[in-house]
Design a binder for this molecule. Structure first.
Ligand code: PLP
Length: 263
């Protein structure tokens, strides 16, 4: 590799035909960090800014072929996981990652889109807990996702602290519990915990209805890890990246839903 060749990151996630979330957001975030983006598509969604109209999960062998094609030719510095659709996909992805052992794995445990569309079957929760959490360098749930993974509700700051610690006990190497769904005044507090250090990243809550923020955040973290930042610093930088993307965000469709600016 020449000194100017960017390092590579792989996203294993769903495609959003509307270009705001999923693989499309991931690749834009990688490119904005000058990381070469690879993709293995778990599911195709027919989607626009008003919602998801159809989902197609390609055959498992085809997903494995995409993952193998990436690992057979590229030095992959980080893998980001997004929409995984069902338990079979989770088992396949876990098998592949256990064999290929990439140095860092950022898992966005995507379950339900902001529009309300289900992006993971209920029966897949157990596979996510048992197969994926132990592989995570970092897990980036929002509070509804953390509630489903833990089977308990998160209503305040103390619950959020406990939840981050409990997710670590389930096997994740570190957790960034996003606070966007918790009402804690006018600011949003994202909580980072890796078993040793705890950090709180607080930012202004923007009064916008945005699409693709979770995908972008996890991809920006993976990209920052590729660039050599520590986990906590990568989280802080990526939170700032999403905030800037929201400030410059735009409405590409017919609804009020905004997508992030990556440029
Ligand atoms: N569509 C796909 C393919 C995704 O991977 C995601 C990621 O979370 C979403 C939609 C949901 O995006 P949001 O909840 O930000 O609307």
């Amino acid at each position: 590799m020449s000194p100017s060749t960017p390092v590579s990151a792989l996203t294993i996630a769903g495609s959003d035909s509307g270009g705001g979330a999923g693989i499309q957001a991931d690749l834009k975030a990688f490119a904005a960090h000058r990381v070469h983006g690879l993709s293995a598509i778990t599911a195709l969604t027919a989607q626009h800014t008003r919602g998801v109209t159809a989902v197609h999960v390609p055959p498992l062998e085809f997903l494995r072929a995409q993952i193998d094609a990436c690992f057979d030719d590229f030095d992959i510095h980080a893998v980001k996981l997004g929409m995984l659709a069902n338990a079979e996909v989770i088992h396949l992805v876990a098998d592949a990652l256990e064999q290929r052992r990439p140095p860092q794995i950022v898992i966005d445990p995507v379950m339900v889109a902001t529009s309300g569309a289900k992006l993971l079957e209920d029966s897949a929760l157990r596979a996510m807990r048992e197969r994926l959490l132990p592989l995570a360098t970092l897990l980036t749930p929002n509070t509804p996702e953390a509630e489903l993974l833990l089977g308990r509700s998160i209503n305040n700051a103390d619950d959020a602290e406990d939840a981050a610690a409990a997710l670590l006990d389930m096997g994740a190497g570190a957790v960034l519990l996003k606070g966007g769904h918790l009402l804690e005044g006018s600011r949003v507090i994202d909580r980072y915990f890796d078993g040793v250090s705890r950090e709180e990243f607080s930012h202004v809550r923007l009064p916008v209805d945005a699409h693709g923020t979770g995908c972008t955040l996890a991809s920006a973290i993976a990209a920052q890890l590729c660039c050599g930042l520590s986990l906590a610093n990568a989280c802080e930088a990526a939170i700032d990246y999403v905030a800037r993307g929201l400030q410059g965000g735009y409405h590409p469709g017919r609804s009020e839903v905004m997508v992030l600016d990556h440029f």
